[in-house]
Design a protein around this ligand. Sequence first.
Ligand SMILES: [Mg+2]
Length: 110
Amino acid sequence: MKEDTRSSEEKYVDKHEKELYKRAVKYWGPGLQIEMMIEEASELIHALQKYKRHKDEDTTMHVCEEIADTQIMINQMALIFSKEDIKIWRYQKLRRLTEHIINYLGRSTG
Ligand SMILES: [Mg+2]
C-alpha cells in the first residue's frame, strides 16, 4: 500500500473540499461569489495573455495560480446553478469534442 505523504492541511482540504465550497456560497452569498467568479476568470484571461507575450517561470506559475482560483470558483458556481444541467452540457460538449477528434484523426491518418 502506498504511503500517504500529504500534509494534515492537504488531507483536511481534500476531505472537506465540497463542504468549503458550500460554506463559501452560504457565507458570502451567490451574488458576491458570482462577482468573484467574474474577477477570477478575468485574472486568468490576463495571466494567459501575459504568458502568450512572455513565457517564463513567473508567467507559467501565475497561469497555474489563476487556473486554481478559477476552478475553485467554478466548483462554487456548480452549487449556485444546476449541477445536473452543467453535467448534461459537459457530456454533450465532451461528446462533440470526441467527434471532432475522431474526425480530425480520421482525416490526418487516412
Ligand atoms: Mg486570482
